[in-house]
Design a protein around this ligand. Structure first.
Ligand SMILES: C[S@@+](CC[C@H](N)C(=O)[O-])C[C@H]1O[C@@H](n2cnc3c(N)ncnc32)[C@H](O)[C@@H]1O
Length: 415
């Protein structure tokens, strides 16, 4: 092998020399390479271009030695931070577990549970601030038992959030131009993707509340559903939906189009075919969806509670709504333009949806907010219904100490 390499390099004469002399012979070549590299390095350092100068520094041996040191330091810092993070996470989880087990929680404890679960609403945040101030005033206070603070509901106290109203007439007049005027705004913020997300949940018997002009129809997969009912308080809106549906899915016969209020849903469901009110609810649903409807309802909490009543066990409510965002600056913009929005689109776009959801009987399974927190994507269920296996989040599943109960609930779901 050594002989062959020497032949290739034209060194056959010297192959029989002692090994040390071969090394000595090679040495000047290395020096030449080094010299060339040094020259190139100096040239690069003298370059008028900053990027080339930086390149030279980055490629230097000194830099890579320094870098290695920094990488080791960063790695240690990362480890220390990681351990600290996991410790805090564990402590929080233990605290949450203890609080969840406590039978009669005081208000502060209930808020703390929400804080630990990352579910605080605007009014909760301000209440927690008040509790902290109280503790500062009275450091001897052992706990907050018996203390209940006044509710500072954003939706009631913020004057920029306009009072609720019946918007049916508004939409009756808007129906014909609705699609044309809203399309551009929706395309700009990629709402199609969100509507698709809503409709992918539809299965079994489906109810779409506040269907408007049927903008979600194109994302519906009729193979996954048994029946579908569209409801809106505006007759014209329902007519447009009906036409759209029949044009696209004319073959699908288990469909109903209803003019009515979300707030009257339960009564509507009790009414029989002859229009007479019956005793029992005749129909219940596997999936109830609503997109951008809560902002235009007179009583959004009542509407949500009706959804819960009409939901089959294990059913899901899917909401795509807009409301207050995550940041103050965006909420100020929404507040400032609230009247104009109402006049143009008939909706209250600065509502605190979190408070409305919390005031209702539904239980949130998934809450995702996009567009600076102003677009709310919600999956909800009836209180007490178990979560499905796929609905248990990774952290909840693998980090939370409540794992056992989560697994138990998913097991019972499988049965
Ligand atoms: C902003 S539009 C949304 C329409 C449609 N869901 C969409 O995503 O494009 C609001 C719709 O809610 C309807 N609406 C308003 N108040 C209602 C109520 N109390 N019950 C049922 N529908 C209502 C209006 O007629 C209108 O069609």
């Amino acid at each position: 092998m050594l002989v062959r390499r020497c032949v290739t390099l034209g060194l056959t004469k010297g192959w029989s020399r002692p090994f040390s002399s071969t090394l000595m012979w090679k040495a000047p070549r290395v020096t030449k390479d080094q010299e060339r590299a040094k020259k190139r390095y100096e040239e690069m350092l003298a370059s008028p271009y900053r990027l080339i100068r930086w390149g030279a520094v980055v490629r230097s041996e000194e830099f890579s030695k320094g870098m290695t040191k920094w990488l080791i330091v960063a790695y240690i810092a990362f480890l220390v931070y990681g351990v600290d993070f996991m410790k805090k996470l564990y402590a929080k989880d233990k605290e949450l577990e203890k609080l969840l087990e406590k039978p009669n929680k005081n208000e502060w404890e209930t808020l703390r549970v929400k804080e630990l679960q990352g579910k605080l609403r605007t009014r909760d945040v301000s209440k927690l601030k008040q509790y902290a101030a109280l503790k500062e005033e009275q450091p001897d206070l052992e706990n907050f038992d018996g203390i209940v603070l006044e509710n500072n509901d954003e939706n009631k106290l913020n004057e920029m959030i306009l009072p609720a109203r019946d918007t049916t007439d508004f939409y009756e007049h808007k129906a014909d131009e609705y699609d044309k005027s809203i399309s551009f705004e929706e395309r700009m913020i990629g709402l199609g993707k969100r509507r698709k997300w809503v409709m992918k949940h539809c299965h079994g018997d489906v109810l779409e509340v506040s269907c408007g002009t049927g903008r979600n129809i194109k994302y519906l997969n009729p193979e996954k559903i048994n029946s579908i009912t569209f409801l809106d308080s505006s007759e014209k809106m329902v007519e447009i939906t009906e036409k759209k549906f029949k044009d696209k899915f004319g073959f699908f016969k288990k469909v109903a189009f209803v003019v009515g209020y979300a707030e009257n849903l339960v009564d509507l469901a009790k009414t029989n075919n002859k229009g007479k009110e019956g005793e029992d609810i005749r129909v219940k649903y596997d999936t109830i969806v609503e997109t951008f409807g809560l902002c235009s309802h007179e009583d959004p909490v009542k509407a949500l509670n009706n959804f819960v009543t009409l939901l089959k066990p294990g059913g899901r409510i899917i909401l795509l709504e807009h409301g207050r965002g995550t940041y103050d600056f965006i909420n100020k913009i929404l507040d400032r333009r609230a009247e104009k929005r109402l006049a143009t689109w008939g909706c209250r776009w600065n509502l605190d949806l979190g408070e409305i959801l919390d005031d209702s009987d539904l239980e949130i399974v998934e809450e995702k907010r996009v567009h600076l927190g102003t677009t709310w994507c919600i999956v909800a269920k009836r209180k007490g219904d178990v979560k499905k296996k796929e609905e248990i989040a990774f952290m909840e599943k693998y980090v939370g100490s409540t794992l056992k109960s989560k697994l138990e609930s998913s097991q019972s779901n499988i049965k």
